[in-house]
Ligand binder design. Structure first.
Ligand SMILES: [Zn+2]
Length: 65
């Protein structure tokens, strides 16, 4: 049972880190440089673009379940 719960949690967390496009050059960024929980209920991913080297971030609000 515990294994199933953990698997579901990992899959859910991974889905938050969806690939994003660089706002500067439009290149696809697959893996966030860093992810953090922000107080108030959102996950913020920090990205560094491989193509142009610019930093950006995306914020994903956590839906209230
Ligand atoms: Zn870029």
């Amino acid at each position: 049972m515990t294994i199933h719960v953990r698997t579901a949690t990992l899959a859910a967390l991974r889905s938050f880190a969806a690939p994003a496009h660089c706002p500067h050059c439009g290149d696809l960024m697959v893996a966030p440089l860093m992810s953090e929980f922000v107080e108030g209920g959102e996950i913020r991913h920090h990205w560094e673009c491989d193509a142009c080297g610019e930093l950006s971030h995306t914020s994903i609000p956590l839906a209230a379940h």
